[in-house]
Write a protein that binds this ligand. Structure first.
Ligand SMILES: Cc1cc2nc3c(=O)[nH]c(=O)nc-3n(C[C@H](O)[C@H](O)[C@H](O)COP(=O)(O)OP(=O)(O)OC[C@H]3O[C@@H](n4cnc5c(N)ncnc54)[C@H](O)[C@@H]3O)c2cc1C
Length: 378
């Protein structure tokens, strides 16, 4: 687990919480804009203005240490959840940004940590692009330097991200992480095709072919990216973002039923109740996973991984069930393009496609089939 030294004070934490609360209240009432393929730059700017991006850095670097939380992940979870409510696309990008900060804090040299902090304080959005395109990204030694080849195929915020953490396969067939600037427009490629949802995330591809990097750009050692529990445990943050969209769908369901004077119908009341149960279930799982992934004494890496894996699947299931409920509850009006509810459902259904869900479920089950839950929960 990470040990970031100093912690934010209670006052700093509560001041940040207040700023986030005001931002959320302000953005929540803004009219819905149906231009779904526009990157949410204004919301990102607002998050920057309240110090949300700087807050991720460690206290020593001038932040609040939010990316390596000591509070059971509560404040980071709130930031991700609120961002996911306002824009799943930005939530996805913010989560990637947090992941980069964490991995550099875990595996980076002091120089790499300093360099990242300086870059991010200059307003750069970082991305984590590991999913390969065709051909996959490889790294080979070229005299004193290294040369990259290949394409990252699912690159969120491809036109916005200024620095990416990528994985590359070496000549020894090992996987290494690298920190690479990604500001060359000529290297941007169209993504995997037009996605049903999440278009505002600007998911494209980036061609690294011919780019020269040095040993200082390599982060950690071979295999670090997949090292547990960090590799799987980080998934709780993605679930926190999804939970934000769940919150929004529940609100949209209630608001529309009230506006159409259908909320008191017993069938609709059942759906509202079930929607709230799904929302709370997802929220409790996210809380549990955030705690497990944080500084939770006494949990083995296997238990952390298993807990977060099950949490990921629980949130996915709750979200998918909620989408069905909303469609049944609102009927055709939930299928009208240009309406918030329709877009949030499409974004959420797309967002929920995370890698290897079967494996996450069965690996979680494989641990808990022989181990009890921690007494009294976490
Ligand atoms: C909007 C968006 C933005 C994204 N941004 C980024 C980004 O910035 N960086 C990045 O790196 N990636 C990004 N991705 C990619 C993402 O991280 C996942 O790789 C991708 O969503 C995987 O989804 P999938 O459903 O195809 O997963 P898969 O893992 O392919 O799962 C699909 C199905 O196949 C099953 N399955 C998986 N493996 C096997 C196997 N070996 N044999 C048999 N069955 C198998 C699964 O259990 C599941 O049922 C993004 C994706 C989206 C949708």
């Amino acid at each position: 687990m990470l040990n970031s030294g100093h912690e934010m004070t209670e006052g700093e934490g509560s001041a940040f919480r207040t700023r986030l609360k005001h931002l959320f209240a302000d953005w929540k009432v803004r009219p819905f804009t149906p231009a779904e393929n526009l990157f949410p730059s204004d919301l990102l700017k607002s998050l920057r203005q309240i110090g949300a991006l700087d807050a991720l850095l460690s206290v020593e670097e001038g932040g609040l240490g939010l990316a390596s939380p000591r509070d059971g992940g509560r404040l980071l979870s709130l930031l991700l959840r609120r961002t996911g409510y306002l824009s799943l696309s930005l939530g996805r990008c913010l989560e990637g940004h947090v992941n980069v900060v964490r991995l550099v804090a875990l595996y980076g040299t002091p120089e790499q940590r300093y360099s990242l902090a300086t870059t991010l304080k200059n307003g750069v959005l970082a991305g984590i692009w590991v999913t390969d395109g065709e051909p996959s990204v490889r790294l080979r030694k070229d005299g004193e330097t290294y040369r990259l080849s290949g394409i990252k195929g699912f690159a969120s915020g491809v036109s916005e991200v200024g620095l990416a953490l990528i994985t590359a396969t070496t000549e020894q067939e090992e996987s290494v992480m690298l920190l690479v600037p990604t500001t060359d427009p000529a290297r941007r490629r169209p993504g995997p095709g037009k996605l049903t949802g999440m278009q505002a995330s600007g998911t494209g591809a980036y061609d690294f072919s011919g780019l020269t990097v040095s040993a200082q750009d390599i982060l950690g050692s071979a295999g670090d990216y997949l090292r547990q529990p960090e590799f799987s445990a980080g998934a709780w943050r993605g679930s926190a973002v999804a939970l934000g969209a769940v919150d929004r769908l529940v609100d949209l369901l209630r608001e529309e039923l009230l506006a159409r004077k259908r909320a008191d119908n017993p069938h609709q009341l059942c759906r509202i109740g079930e929607a709230m149960i799904l929302q709370k279930t997802a929220s409790l799982w996210v809380e549990q996973a955030a705690q497990a992934a944080g500084d939770c004494p006494g949990l083995s890496p296997e238990e952390v991984t298993a807990t977060v894996n099950l949490a990921r699947l629980a949130v996915e299931r709750a979200a998918l069930e909620l989408i069905t409920l909303v469609q049944r509850g609102l009927g055709l009006s939930a299928f009208v393009k240009g309406r918030a509810v329709e877009q949030v459902m499409r974004d959420l259904a797309t967002y929920l496609r995370q890698p290897a869900p079967d494996e996450a479920l069965t690996e979680g089950a494989a641990w808990f089939v022989r181990h009890d839950w921690p007494e009294g929960g976490l």
